[in-house]
Design a binder for this molecule. Structure first.
Ligand code: TXA
Ligand code: MG
Length: 364
């Protein structure tokens, strides 16, 4: 390995390179990144949802390495990313009609579809399942990379298992420096929440993970779509409900501090949180509040994280994971958050927050 002055002076081990989405300017970076993947290595890449930790989806060893780098249980399957519609046939047994309809409307984009896997996809990639999750991301850097790397990329979110997903290259450095071969810095992601996942292997399509594309939008396109009861049941606490997406059973995104959500009308929520944080301060504990811009000035707590205007749900989604990471950096012991039940993204935002809170919710 050659010596890179920037690497040595930063103390970093993994090489970080920039890409902008222009195929001419990015050609050198993509050639290098593609070579790493073809040799069985790992590269963190931007997508429009969150950063992904990429390896060759058709190479069982690469998938094993992904689990190891993330510290992720190997029964939790990886999403296979493609960058050309015609590549779908190669990795699934058959393409259901519903998949064609959804792909026409939402691909490339933040939608993952589950289908029967073809033999070429190893069980190491699908966590032992006979089905495979497939996504065609919209981010131009992701597309250039997938094509340069051979067309089939397994990529879970690039966070270490249990941490909030990465929305910047800096987050990937925090979690994966020294554990992977390269990080491609494409700037901040656009959406900030992971893709919507829909299972197309049953009689009726089923939403497994809410995301930027809402259940209502899926129903507009397909007619009947069910939702996995585990999404809203607090399933990792309740007995007897097993999420169909294995990853949904784990306690994701858990901040180091104890997070509690407070639900109710704004005045009551503010009063409750102020009384809780004042009590904690008296006892010498460090607390923080996650607030909408609208209410941020009304909390007496020393640490108020403004997550965005309640009128701007895209902004709230976009900032959510960075706010949770910041609270870890600040080493707060207790966190209270407002609930953001916004019209379109509310289900996806609250799904992440409820998981982060281990389903600890106070209703006032
Ligand atoms: O936006 C995204 O989807 C990002 C970017 C990088 O594309 N990826 C992502 O991957 O969020 P990950 O691994 O963090 O989450 C994938 C989820 C997990 O909950 C996993 O259990 C589920 O998808 N999943 C994957 N394959 C599945 C399958 N065959 N059947 C059911 N669930 C599956
Ligand atoms: Mg993840």
């Amino acid at each position: 390995m050659g010596y890179d002055h920037d690497l040595l002076s930063s103390g970093r081990v993994t090489r970080v390179v920039k890409a902008c989405g222009d195929p001419v300017k990015d050609a050198g970076v993509m050639e290098e990144a593609g070579e790493i993947i073809k040799k069985g290595g790992l590269v963190a890449i931007p997508t429009e949802t969150v950063y992904g930790l990429a390896g060759n989806a058709l190479d069982p060893n690469a998938s094993r390495k992904i689990y190891e780098a993330k510290g992720r249980p190997s029964d939790n399957p990886l999403i296979v990313h493609i960058a050309r519609m015609e590549d779908l046939d190669h990795i699934v047994k058959k393409v259901p009609k519903a998949a064609v309809k959804l792909a026409e409307k939402y691909w490339p984009g933040p939608l993952t579809m589950i289908m029967e896997k073809a033999d070429v996809v190893p069980y190491e990639t699908t966590g032992g399942l006979d089905t495979v999750a497939v996504r065609f991301p919209a981010d131009p850097v992701a597309q250039e990379f997938i094509l340069a790397a051979g067309g089939y990329i397994a990529a879970p979110s690039a966070n270490r298992s249990g941490r909030p997903s990465c929305t910047t290259a800096g987050h990937c450095i925090e979690d994966l420096d020294g554990r992977i071969d390269m990080i491609i810095d494409g700037g901040e992601v656009c959406i900030g929440l992971e893709s919507t996942i829909v299972d197309l292997t049953g009689d009726v399509p089923c939403l497994l993970r809410p995301g930027y594309i809402s259940l209502e939008s899926l129903r507009d396109t397909l007619g009947q779509v069910t939702a996995d009861p585990a999404i809203s049941a607090g399933a990792d606490m309740a007995e007897g409900i097993h999420p169909k997406a294995p990853g949904m059973k784990y306690r994701h995104y858990a901040p180091k501090g104890e997070l509690t959500l407070v639900r109710g009308n704004a005045a009551d929520v503010i009063r409750k949180i102020n009384s809780l944080t004042q009590e904690l301060k008296k006892n010498g504990k460090k607390a923080a509040v996650i607030s909408s811009t609208d209410n941020a000035g009304r909390y007496s707590c020393d640490n108020v994280m403004d997550i965005g205007s309640s009128e701007d749900e895209d902004e709230i989604a976009h900032r959510l994971f960075a706010v949770l990471r910041k609270l870890d950096d600040m080493e707060v012991e207790y966190i209270y958050s407002e609930c953001f039940e916004t019209p379109k993204l509310g289900q996806a935002i609250m799904n992440r927050l409820e998981k982060a809170a281990g389903h600890r919710i106070i209703t006032v």
